[in-house]
Design a binder for this molecule. Sequence first.
Ligand code: BEZ
Ligand code: FE
Length: 282
Amino acid sequence: MSSLQPMSEQELTDVVIERFASTPDDRLREVMQALVRHVHAFAREVRLTDDEWLTGIQFLTAAGHITDGNRQEFILLSDTLGLSSMVDLINHASMVEGVTEPTILGPFYVPNSPEREFGASMIEYADGGEESLVEGCVTSPDGTPIAGAVIDVWQNAATGFYAVQQPDVQPATNLRGIYRTDVQGRYSIHTVRPTPYPIPDDGPVGKMLSATGRHQMRAAHIHVKVSAPGFAPVTTHVFDEASDYLDSDTVFGVKGSLISAFTPGDDGLLHCAVDFTLEPTH
Ligand code: BEZ
Ligand code: FE
């Protein structure tokens, strides 16, 4: 039935939301109706022009064209809009005091890293990085050590690149490894100091960053996934206290509790002390 009155913006929003009302799956209906409500509100708030709408479509089209099995421009977009960190907070932040805070996984995780002994080096390619020992304990929130916890680690080389980004330069397992805690819950990783590095910026997300006056740098970090039977696993980072970009990490991954110092020891190595606390699942 047609009305003689022109349709208002709010009526259009209401009609589109109503069109999803009979979605059989409750969760899908909730998500789609909220999506329409917020996308319409966004367009109305900024008074989106025809040209701006088309620019947005062209941006998403370019993101699709550059995405393949190795490159995921949509996740990069989510990362740089802070959406990945928001989803991480919603789903993985623990309410238990002292539990290690999570942060984003990133695109450079490779499963099945080599198992490495307590204190073993994961440096398989000398690129001038500052050799470091990252050491500490894995415990439950009451301080009980967790023996046999698994610490899956990966990081970039001093040149800024992960092994997976340089298959013709670095050995595939350089600077990644799987360590386990000893009976006292301790772990020890021999590695190099991580360096700040740019996220891939040769696609539409890079253009978005430069058009908005943002840089493309991540603060220096080591990635870790820590897990143990009976505890919720955590995917997180160890950030270098001396790094640039801690207050402007381009993917919003930095949390104060994840920042640690690399300090020179008598053995000629840098030392970084980091404890991880896991939340019991029962
Ligand atoms: C990373 O830390 O490896 C990363 C995270 C988000 C985008 C690009 C890289
Ligand atoms: Fe990283």
